[in-house]
Design a protein. Structure first.
Ligand code: NAP
Length: 348
């Protein structure tokens, strides 16, 4: 592809400015990269932090956005994907600190081949855009909690459980589905209107997080089920509640490994702590080689297989924000106002 080709991109010209749609040169993929024709992007809270506060942006202009559904149009020489392949892609904008070629919010984006999964024909581009951040963050949580990168970790007979606090969030739905597929019994909290849906994704028992007895009920249910509940994924910044549940299991069961809480919401000096329970921020491996292998496992292998056999379903529900790239600012403002069991998607 000639470097004189141009495509539309929603760029950030300076810290805190709104996104502006401009024409920019279309890049050529490097050896291990693919160029994706972006058909749909899903909006994530980090996009708002990057737009509004310059979070993780090194220089301007920048292009942000992480979640893509689209089609591969060109590949680097070391890549086995073929042009024409329909994909879900996790754009590495956070890791490259906003370098324009790698952001999702444009019509053509460069993506490392490790961050791409092929999607079957029955998964729409809008649905494909839901996958990257949700699935990668769920797996980052399991990695943070010390689980190996491996499928079929347990069977129900092992009686291992996880708690997903905030199951109706985008990343919470990914955590529920992946935990269930790893063989865990899944307990989750959400508004009651989402309980039936979350059970279809794999939750065994659902609890209303606004119920003041939610913590007690979760502990009693897991103990009643004979489940060893030592791992929690917190998608909603509710560390205290998660610790109050995990601490009830720290001396129970075989092995007596330290309970692990992986929280996806930023930690601070004020983050609650609990003796005998480890709390860590959800993060993919920081070492670049380990991170490359992590992405290849999650996107190229695990997710691809689960989509092909129909086990994994893009989640949660979709609300399309009209206006294409021009609609992104409105979508991000709507996201800041809060969503419930919904992912905002922009068709490019
Ligand atoms: N560390 C990382 O790598 C990483 C990656 C992605 C996201 N994050 C962070 O993770 C958080 C979730 O992101 P997201 O995109 O998945 O969010 P989201 O989909 O916008 O989350 C909205 C959902 O949060 C639920 N919720 C709000 N307060 C809750 C509470 N107190 N208890 C339980 N559920 C609650 C709501 O549930 P109901 O509808 O049931 O009321 C709502 O459905 C954000 O803070 C985001 O910045 C971190």
């Amino acid at each position: 592809m000639s470097s004189t080709n141009q495509h539309a991109a929603a760029t950030l010209e300076s810290k805190g400015s709104p996104l502006t749609v401009v024409s920019r040169p279309t890049p050529t993929p490097g050896p291990n990269e693919v160029l994706v024709d972006v058909k749909a992007v899903a909006l994530n809270p980090i996009d708002c932090y990057m737009r509004d506060f310059g979070f993780m942006i090194n220089s301007y202009p920048a292009v942000v956005g992480s979640d893509i559904g689209g089609t591969i149009v060109a590949v680097g020489p070391s890549v086995s994907f073929k042009p024409g392949t329909r994909v879900a892609a996790f754009a590495p904008t956070f890791f490259v600190q906003g370098v324009p070629d790698y952001g999702a919010f444009q019509a053509k984006a460069l993506i490392p081949a490790t961050n791409v999964t092929t999607v079957p024909d029955n998964v729409s581009f809008n649905e494909a855009s839901l996958l990257g951040m949700s699935v990668v963050t769920a797996w980052s949580g399991w990695y943070t909690a010390g689980l190996p990168l491996q499928d079929n970790l347990y069977t129900p007979a092992d009686k291992k459980g996880v708690l997903v606090w905030g199951g109706a969030s985008s990343i919470g739905t990914g955590a529920i589905q992946s935990a269930k597929m790893l063989g865990f019994t899944v307990y989750t909290t959400a508004s009651p209107k989402h309980h039936a849906y979350l059970k279809t994704l794999g939750a065994t028992a659902t609890f209303d997080y606004k119920d003041e007895n939610a913590v007690t009920k979760i502990v009693q249910t897991a103990k009643g089920d004979g489940i060893d509940l030592r791992i929690a994924f917190d998608a909603a910044g509710q560390v205290r509640s998660c610790l109050d549940i995990l601490k009830e299991f720290k001396n129970a069961g075989a092995g007596r490994t330290t309970p692990q809480l992986a929280t996806a919401v930023a930690m601070s000096d004020h983050t609650p702590q609990e003796d005998g329970v480890e709390v860590k921020f959800v993060a993919a491996p920081t070492d670049e080689r380990a991170r490359t292998e992590f992405f290849a496992f999650v996107m190229n292998r695990w997710l691809r297989g689960k989509l092909e056999n129909g086990e994994y379903r893009p989640s949660p529900g979709i609300k399309v924000v009209e206006g294409g790239l021009e609609g992104l600012n409105r979508g991000l403002d709507e996201l800041k106002g809060g969503v419930s069991g919904t992912k905002l998607v922009v068709e490019v």
